[in-house]
Design a protein around this ligand. Structure first.
Ligand code: APR
Length: 241
């Protein structure tokens, strides 16, 4: 049996593609439109200032969709939970997804760098609250009883969460894999470069090559529900985990 010394340090980055087979649309499906609005136009602090009811409605609809019976974790989410069991803290799972499918698939440590749908944040105290129902500009905040709740989502132009922890893990990683992400949105799209410069083996797992494909050492092509469980089993057997 291998001891901790030979276990690799792995950073996994996931994007909307890992949840596509779970019944959630990726961002850039449907030409990136929602009710004829560009998704980028509803996911900004400016949109929230100018048209808060539109922004609340957008996230209320997505929160409700996430809780529909048909939306379930798929084999890729479940395989990453298996990898967490094998690697413990040597695995960092970072997701750009705001859904909770990694958690439902069994992962206990998930870095949601773009926030979470099932959460509401007080715009004043920045405290977050687990939230399953719809909310809007009339909903009272549990911490200050004022109407200060906003979606707990990192909008375009805002700083993603956990960046120090993520850069630290990337700099120490032996393997970096990006799963189901188009490589269009920074800083996540830049993680491959950092991991590579720090000596990691870099892998892209996607249905089709993303925008940064040329930077990866290896490509796994196909639906996440097939290629991710296969890759996890290979890692487990390669390192006798
Ligand atoms: N298996 C693997 N990959 C898939 C699958 C699948 N079944 N279905 C789609 N994909 C891939 C697509 O080929 C695409 O490269 O998933 C990727 C989805 O890309 P995007 O929709 O751009 O999603 P993502 O990269 O996660 O977006 C990043 O942009 O809109 C913002 O903040 C939002 O977190 C989001 C960020």
């Amino acid at each position: 049996m291998n001891g901790n010394k030979t276990k690799p340090k792995i950073v996994v980055l996931t994007g909307a593609g890992i949840s596509a087979e779970s019944g959630l649309k990726t961002f850039r499906d449907n030409d990136g439109l929602w009710e004829n609005h560009r998704v980028e136009d509803v996911a900004t602090p400016e949109a929230f200032e100018q048209n808060p009811s539109l922004v609340y409605r957008f996230y209320n609809a997505r929160r409700a969709q996430l809780q529909e019976d048909v939306v379930k974790p798929n084999a890729a989410h479940i395989a990453l939970a298996k990898l967490e069991k094998a690697l413990g803290e040597r695995l960092m799972l970072v997701t750009q997804n705001v859904d909770d499918l990694h958690e439902r698939g069994g992962s206990s440590s998930v870095y949601h760098m773009h926030g979470e749908l099932l959460s509401a944040r007080c715009a004043i105290s920045q405290q977050s609250f687990h939230w399953r129902d719809s909310f809007d500009h009339t909903t009272k905040c549990p911490c200050c009883s004022r109407v200060t709740l906003r979606p707990d989502i990192v909008w375009f132009g805002e700083m993603p969460m956990y960046m120090d922890e993520i850069y630290n893990a990337l700099s120490q990683s032996d393997v970096f894999i990006a799963i189901g992400t188009s490589g269009n949105v920074y800083p996540a799209a830049g993680f491959v470069q950092i991991a590579k410069e720090c000596g990691a083996h870099t892998i892209e797992a996607n249905l089709a090559p993303g925008a940064t494909n040329a930077l990866f050492d290896e490509s796994l092509t196909g639906p996440a529900s097939h290629i991710v469980p296969q890759w996890v089993d290979e890692i487990i057997s390669k390192y006798a985990l």
